[in-house]
Design a protein around this ligand. Structure first.
Ligand code: HEM
Length: 367
């Protein structure tokens, strides 16, 4: 469950056990860390943004920013988006019905996630397609290989989105509306405010976090159902199982497979001493298949309940968008099953993107 790896691309401690992963995520002496510490000035936009992201902040700064950003993700706020989610899912399925085929990723999950995050942020309807294009480009650069080409491209699309958000923030400062950016701009005037850099970094974080993982959840769920015909039929016959089904998809094929921490002092876990400054890689996907925690962990069971998976992390950095992602996936999968109940995967050789941190298909065409 906890072992040291020296020769791998990510030297440090690898944690695959459920209880051990949970313990580390709860212990704030294992700190969140910036994944691009050695980036040169060349990738300045990326680096500045990462320095100011909630996900990579610790202690007081983390508490302050999360307290403010969290106001936009309350259950009441998320519920307000439900009608928009249903309408968007229906529109996208309608297009697929007309064309009689669809790539679940580029034709359904990505546009859905993108339109929803644009709506939440307050991107004007006329600019949502441009926003979607830039977001798609930025999200494609999320790649743990971090080659020069990937970093340059990430830097370029971050710069474009930054300019876009700077303009939007200015507009909302003079004419606030009922959206996330207006809410944060209002908070800027309070005592425990966000700096402008933090505000921008939050917008970019939501673009990345709101796309990649949700797209993976929806596409991995559709694939899992198609690979398990018994579960597929059960969900069609009992649509009320959608909530436990989505929890099981999150556990079984976790969209975020890995996250990382750095030890802020010498720390003991399972008898091992992790020294100050050493990296710890927490494999959430492995923890979610730990047989010490889950009965028959490699079996997909859409009725599994309780299902205390770690797909959204645990502790102070627990995913802020968890409720949004859950509702989005429930509406998307139920809509698809209702309207195209006999869909089939259109190719035999599906390909996974070569990523360590995410479980992500390149495409998922259905007919
Ligand atoms: C944090 C997973 C969707 C926003 C996290 C973390 C995980 C995660 C594992 C914790 C990372 C860590 O502890 O190092 C997922 C999955 C999603 C999803 C599996 C979809 C299936 C979303 C969405 C949003 C979002 C839709 C927002 C629109 C965030 C934010 C954080 C976060 C802001 C940082 C929280 C903090 O540091 O306090 N997510 N996420 N996520 N997620 Fe998500």
């Amino acid at each position: 469950p906890v072992y040291q790896v020296k020769s791998f691309k990510y030297p440090g401690w690898h944690v695959t056990g459920y209880e051990e992963a949970k313990k580390i995520l709860l212990d704030t002496r294992f700190q969140s860390r910036i994944p691009l510490p050695s980036a040169t000035k060349k990738y300045g936009h990326l680096k500045d943004i990462q320095n100011n992201m909630l996900l990579f902040k610790n202690q007081l700064d983390h508490r302050r920013i999360r307290g403010i950003v969290g106001k936009a993700f309350t259950p009441k706020k998320i519920e307000e988006y439900r009608p928009f989610m249903i309408e968007t899912v229906n529109d996208l399925i309608h297009q697929a019905e007309t064309e009689r085929k669809m790539d679940i990723i580029s034709g359904f999950a990505f546009p859905l996630a993108s339109l929803i995050i644009a709506k939440i942020l307050g991107v004007p309807a006329t600019e949502r397609y441009q926003f979607r294009e830039w977001s798609a480009r930025l999200v494609q650069t999320i790649d743990f290989t971090r080659t020069r080409r990937v970093l340059e491209s990430g830097n370029e699309w971050t710069a474009k989105l930054l300019a876009f958000f700077k303009r939007l923030i200015k507009e909302r400062q003079s004419r606030p509306q009922n959206d996330f950016i207006s809410l944060l701009v209002k908070e800027e005037q309070q005592e425990s405010k966000l700096t402008e850099e933090e505000l921008l970094a939050t917008c970019i974080l939501l673009v990345i976090a709101g796309h990649e993982t949700t797209v993976n959840l929806i596409s991995n769920s559709i694939l899992a159902l198609s690979n398990h015909p018994g579960q597929f039929i059960m969900l069609k016959e009992k649509p009320e199982l959608i909530e436990t089904a989505v929890e099981e998809f999150l556990r079984y094929e976790s969209p975020t497979q890995m996250t990382a921490r750095i030890a802020s002092e010498d720390l003991q876990i399972n008898g091992a001493t992790i020294k100050k400054g050493e990296h710890v890689y927490i494999f959430l996907g492995a923890a979610n298949r730990d047989s010490n925690k889950f009965d028959r962990p490699h079996v997909l069971d859409i009725t599994r309940n309780p299902n205390p998976h770690l797909a959204f992390g645990h502790g102070v950095h627990f995913c802020l968008g968890a409720l949004l992602a859950r509702i989005e996936a429930q509406i998307a999968i139920s809509g698809l099953l209702q309207r195209i109940p006999d869909f089939k995967i259109a190719v035999d050789d599906l390909q996974w993107r070569k990523l360590v941190g995410f479980r992500s298909l390149k495409e998922l065409p259905i007919t």
